[in-house]
Design a protein around this ligand. Structure first.
Ligand code: BG6
Length: 515
């Protein structure tokens, strides 16, 4: 069933309807800067294929791969085909499907072109006009240092000028800046060239079904929202625990660290979904404004409410992992954090006094992305004999990945003559209700960008305010240069993270429990 957002964004056109009931995106040339990059191979190409299979691309859709690498169209296609075939066979991957749909893949291949050019050079970019009829999306799947120069060059080449009745859009990946100042500067440079409505700033967490489901759960039911505030909720924990280490990304990660890599972007998007007020409608601007109001209510994070860690060598899921400082591109005395935990306070009527605890880290013992909403205890003890064995407080766990669903944890009477309570669970799991469709998480984002629906994209002010919340922490790290606490790879992170909650008389939900 289509969402209100999708219906409203498509109602303007009379495009034919796909089998899914949604309409194919308008005719458009998608120009991908960074055609040889990992993102293009692993995510964009499979997502485009999935959109084709779903009937959501129109016949007038074209793709131009742009890269500085010396390659031919045939070479590029061959590389993509090999990758796609490998993905379809990976039973553990998100793109697993019995075999590649040859018809859909051929359709897509016939629409590919390749241009070897320098995307920071306006004269070279002019070559692209031969591939564009009217509408175009320029997708910057390139390292962030090229974002501003590429947008400047696009502007100077004239390609960002929207034709009568058509559109020219720019999709930008993360990281969007490395702090408040650099994000503001990047926004300023981009907005000198194009209007806000032409920019689609991507946070791929918003492409995840389970993240979108948080809004569906809160605002598509009456069960949860009446409890969703300070009178009933004790605290909220947002976790993105990863087992992967920095692997070959050391040189990127060394200048970034866990906070910049995950917090003001991915974790804040999950925070927004769980804590924002219901928007006036599901229109892009209303949703983004609601998020903005929430972000503006977050008090600047206090450096003493933040713990950072760095992994040392250890074993993750039976595989030995070298210490972070031994990774390629990382300094042997690096103080970059690979783990961060923090407490946030939101100063508004709904959340005042409810702490939000956020944590994320690499090389941990388990992969688990989830939001745990922990409720207050009942106001009085009706079952004195049960009290000494009181189960934990009620919790709603929004399972983002790898488990996808929602878990409701509450107390039930343990069978037997005594009134004893025990913690039990009611579970909703996606595969129990829905067919598994290949989905890499970029399908909705690409489709929405082609249709001009910015609901799942970040506005300039959303980005700036998120950076300003964490700015005091970055500032204190810049001035103090203290080392992060070490934790062994394959554990749950540094002890300081537990102490952060213990200070408030609370505990983290364990990352190792089975889902
Ligand atoms: C990326 C970060 O944005 O998100 C990575 O740069 C991180 O460091 C990744 O591993 C996590 O995304 P996902 O979808 O794998 O949970």
């Amino acid at each position: 069933m289509a969402t209100a957002r999708t219906i409203s964004s498509l109602a303007r056109t009379d495009r034919p309807v796909a089998p899914s009931g949604r309409k194919p995106a308008p005719d458009c040339t998608l120009v991908i800067f960074g055609a040889h990059g990992d993102l293009t191979k692993r995510l964009l190409t499979p997502a485009l294929y999935d959109l084709k299979v779903a009937g959501l691309l129109s016949d007038g859709f074209r793709i131009v791969g742009v890269d500085m690498a010396d390659d031919t169209l045939e070479g590029w296609i061959e590389g993509l085909t090999e990758m796609m075939e490998a993905f379809t066979k990976d039973a553990a991957g998100e793109f697993y499907t019995p075999s590649l749909n040859e018809e859909a893949w051929t359709w897509l291949k016939e629409r590919l072109s390749y241009e070897r050019l320098d995307f920071t050079n306006p004269d070279e970019l002019k070559k692209l006009s031969a591939h564009i009829d009217s509408n175009a999306v320029f997708y910057l799947a390139i390292p962030s240092r090229f974002f501003a120069p590429a947008v400047d060059a696009l502007g100077a080449s004239g390609l960002t000028k929207e034709p009568e009745g058509g559109f020219r859009r720019i999709a930008i990946e993360k990281p969007f800046g490395t702090d408040l100042q650099s994000a503001q500067e990047l926004n300023r440079r981009i907005l000198d060239v194009v209007k806000e409505q032409q920019i689609f700033r991507i946070d791929h967490f918003l492409g995840k079904e389970t993240v979108q489901n948080i809004l569906a759960m809160r605002f598509g039911n009456v069960l949860f929202e009446p409890l969703w505030h300070r009178d009933y909720i004790d605290n909220v924990q947002i976790t993105a625990a990863e087992t992967v280490n920095v692997e070959s990304r050391g040189s990127f990660y060394e200048g970034t660290g866990a906070l910049r890599d995950m917090v003001p972007n991915h974790l804040f998007q999950m925070l927004a979904m769980v804590a924002m007020e219901p928007p006036a409608s599901f229109a892009a601007e209303k949703v983004r404004t609601s998020k903005q109001t929430l972000f503006e209510s977050i008090l600047p994070v206090k450096p003493e409410d933040v713990v950072r860690g760095q992994y040392t060598k250890g074993e993750v899921k039976g595989k030995s992992v070298p210490s972070y400082r031994d990774a390629d591109g990382v300094a042997s005395d690096s103080v970059t954090e690979t783990y961060v935990a923090m407490k946030l306070e939101i100063q508004n009527w709904r959340w005042a006094g409810v702490p939000f605890y956020l944590r994320t880290g690499k090389a941990l013992s388990n992969r688990r992305t989830e939001i745990v909403v922990e409720f207050r205890r009942p106001p009085l003890t009706l079952f004195p004999s049960a009290d000494t064995h009181a189960p934990p407080p009620n919790r709603i766990v929004l399972n983002v990945q790898p488990t996808q669903g929602v878990t409701l944890c509450f107390a039930a009477k343990k069978p037997g003559p005594e009134m004893r309570l025990s913690d039990v669970e009611a579970r909703f799991r996606y595969p129990d209700f829905f067919n598994r469709e290949p989905n890499v998480g970029y399908e909705t984002l690409l489709y929405d960008c082609l249709c001009g629906d910015a609901t799942l994209f970040q506005r300039a002010d959303n980005i700036d305010v998120a950076w300003s919340s964490v700015e005091p922490v970055l500032e204190s790290w810049r001035s103090e240069k203290t080392a992060p606490e070490l934790y062994e790879a394959g554990t749950a992170g540094p002890a300081g993270a537990d102490e952060l909650l213990a200070r408030d008389g609370r505990e983290w939900s364990p990352i190792d429990q089975k889902s």
